[in-house]
Design a protein around this ligand. Structure first.
Ligand SMILES: Nc1ncnc2c1ncn2[C@@H]1O[C@H](COP(=O)(O)OP(=O)(O)O)[C@@H](O)[C@H]1O
Ligand SMILES: [Mg+2]
Length: 338
């Protein structure tokens, strides 16, 4: 098996623990996790629970974990995915420290057969939340937060790479938190070897240009930072559009439908690797998506001012797309009149 032992990648990752039956010790304190709900998700378990320190409730947490049933049933992708996730969190932490707006690795554990990461619980994701409960002002604030956070990461050469409603939480204070940096990377010094694995494409493919250029970049092709910095504009435009019209997933399902119509008949969308999937980023994709968003916005006159901003973000030529600071100042102008 082509398998790099995790210790080579995450030996120095901070806050490694030995978890036994949901208990561990760290710096002289005893910790206990009480789980309420366990969900299986692509072989990974997502466990929701509470963290107790020395018997006192501390906070709500999420454990993202993989455990192989036996050595013969070892899921390489699931295990390695979590190794990558620990690695990128370590790198983010060493580069920009702690930010309350991105999921932050509290603890992690691993041995030959199991691996897990413990995060703060941040609330419901944009995928599941009922957006009609928020006022137009609140939604604009969320959009501004989202752009500011992605801009901040990108200024530090960190790219999330999988921006979509299931990877964005909204806290009870209406704060936007980015989670799931599993396929994120640092442009300058980080290579994510997992980009060739097969992905279920049902709701991903939000940034069709992003991985395409990243793969070519890794193969030696040079790209300006500006292109990297604008390569997630599609997913972000889709998220803004979805937040505004209370349907956060709409862009992402349209994305899937467009790619489905562009692919050849013998290709199975559920089984494309990322490189193949992202070859469908082309003029036709951009035009179809722009026409779709434009016609949907025509039905809602009060959102008309967002139309030029979103259509600009969906330009095929990245040089025509505005940078985040210009987008933010245009949104700020709209905000004044709402
Ligand atoms: N820190 C968190 N707070 C709240 N919900 C979370 C958190 N982490 C994960 N989840 C929930 O679990 C789901 C899967 O977690 P994620 O990290 O996105 O895994 P995957 O890599 O399998 O997509 C998310 O879509 C979200 O619903
Ligand atoms: Mg996810």
């Amino acid at each position: 098996m082509d398998f790099t032992h995790p210790s080579e990648k995450i030996l120095n990752a901070p806050r490694r623990i030995n978890m036994t039956r949901c208990k561990f010790s760290y710096e002289g304190e005893s910790y206990k996790i009480v789980l309420h709900e366990v969900k299986s998700h692509n072989c990974i378990k997502i466990c929701f629970g509470d963290l107790y320190i020395n018997g006192q409730f501390n906070k709500q947490i999420v454990v993202k974990a993989y455990e192989s049933i036996s050595i013969n049933h070892f899921d390489f992708d699931a295990y390695t995915g979590l190794v990558d996730e620990i690695e990128i969190h370590t790198k983010i932490e060493s580069k920009i420290g702690y930010s309350k707006y991105f999921s932050h690795m509290l603890f992690h554990y691993w041995n030959e057969t199991s691996i897990g990461v413990i995060y703060d619980y941040f609330g419901t994701t944009l995928e599941k939340i009922d957006m009609t409960q928020y006022s137009p002002k609140s939604k604009i604030l969320m959009i501004q937060q989202l752009i500011n956070q992605i801009n901040f990461l990108q200024e530090n050469d960190i790219y999330h790479g999988d921006l979509k409603p299931s990877n964005i939480c909204i806290t009870s204070n209406e704060e936007i938190i980015l989670i799931d940096f599993g396929i994120g990377y640092f442009k300058d010094f980080y290579c994510n070897p997992r980009l060739n694995i097969k992905y279920n494409t049902t709701i991903t493919a939000g940034s069709p240009e992003y991985v395409g250029i990243y793969l070519a970049f890794r193969a030696g092709k040079e790209y300006p930072k500006e292109l990297f910095d604008k390569s997630q504009h599609f997913a972000i435009a889709g998220l803004i559009f979805g937040i505004l019209i209370n349907k956060p997933r709409i862009y992402f399902s349209k994305c899937f439908k467009i790619i489905n119509s562009l692919k050849s008949a013998n290709e199975n969308l559920e089984n494309l690797n990322l490189a193949t999937r992202f070859k469908y980023f082309n003029d036709e994709f951009c035009n179809t998506m722009s026409n779709f968003i434009s016609s949907e916005l025509d039905l809602i006159p009060e959102l008309n001012e967002f139309k030029p901003i979103l259509l600009n973000m969906l330009e095929y030529d990245y040089k025509k797309r505005l940078d985040f600071n210009s987008i933010l100042s245009q949104i700020e102008q709209i905000n004044k009149y709402i």
